[in-house]
Design a protein around this ligand. Structure first.
Ligand code: ZN
Length: 215
């Protein structure tokens, strides 16, 4: 998937994802708040552009929607300070961190990695980014997820346990962030199952509306 912002083109090589970043979502899954960001990755082959059909995975039974604000990195950097983090953001959009909840529960119990539950083909439907120019309130951005027209999740980035700037600081202390990297910043409460034929709509006033159907 290629992202265009003005005359610039970005082709992501990596997708970083943050788990457990909203207190109400941690509660609904019955977990504990982490002391540090929970980080996992998806391959870029899991991206699905808006309007395309999402194929249902066949190795699990409980596919959950997780709407998330997605950050597109525009400027590379290592050990980026929180105060400089915004300078590294090219754009913002919304995405779905699709999760096979039954497979994830099983993997968690065994203490195994999460990839089979979160990094399968089509697990990362992602909108087209809007340029981040400072007019978008990074820490007060409301967004929602609708399934077949019904609101299932609403969130605001102000509710994040680790803000976007903190996440960029934290990730860049481990990986040198590259132009085109995507960061899925975690999901608010309200996650729930999807079934074949469902239509999922992600919306935020400053970021737009993106929609997918499930095969
Ligand atoms: Zn998530």
């Amino acid at each position: 998937m290629i992202f265009k912002l003005g005359t610039r083109r970005y082709s992501p090589q990596r997708i970083f994802c943050i788990g457990k970043n909203y207190a109400e979502h941690i509660k609904e899954l019955g977990g504990n708040a982490p002391g540090q960001p929970v980080v996992f990755m998806k391959p870029v082959t899991s991206l699905v552009p808006p309007g395309e059909i999402i194929q249902m995975p066949s190795h699990g039974n409980n596919l959950h929607h997780e709407v998330e604000v997605v950050v597109l990195i525009g400027k590379a950097g290592r050990d980026i300070s929180e105060s400089a983090a915004a300078l590294h953001i090219a754009g913002l959009t919304l995405g779905l961190d699709l999760t096979l909840r039954d497979v994830q529960s099983d993997l968690k119990k065994k203490g195994h990695p999460w990839e089979m539950s979160k990094a399968f083909d089509h697990s990362a439907p992602c909108g087209y980014p809007v340029a981040f120019d400072g007019s978008i309130p990074l820490n007060n951005l409301s967004f929602e997820c609708r399934v077949n027209g019904e609101v299932r999740q609403t969130g605001n980035t102000g509710e994040m346990m680790f803000s976007v700037s903190t996440l960029i600081h934290y990730l860049s202390g481990i990986w040198r962030l590259q132009q085109g990297d995507l960061i899925f910043t975690g999901t608010p409460a309200g996650v729930g199952p999807l079934k074949s034929g469902d239509r999922v709509t992600l919306h935020s006033d400053p970021l737009g509306t993106f929609e997918w159907s499930l095969a």
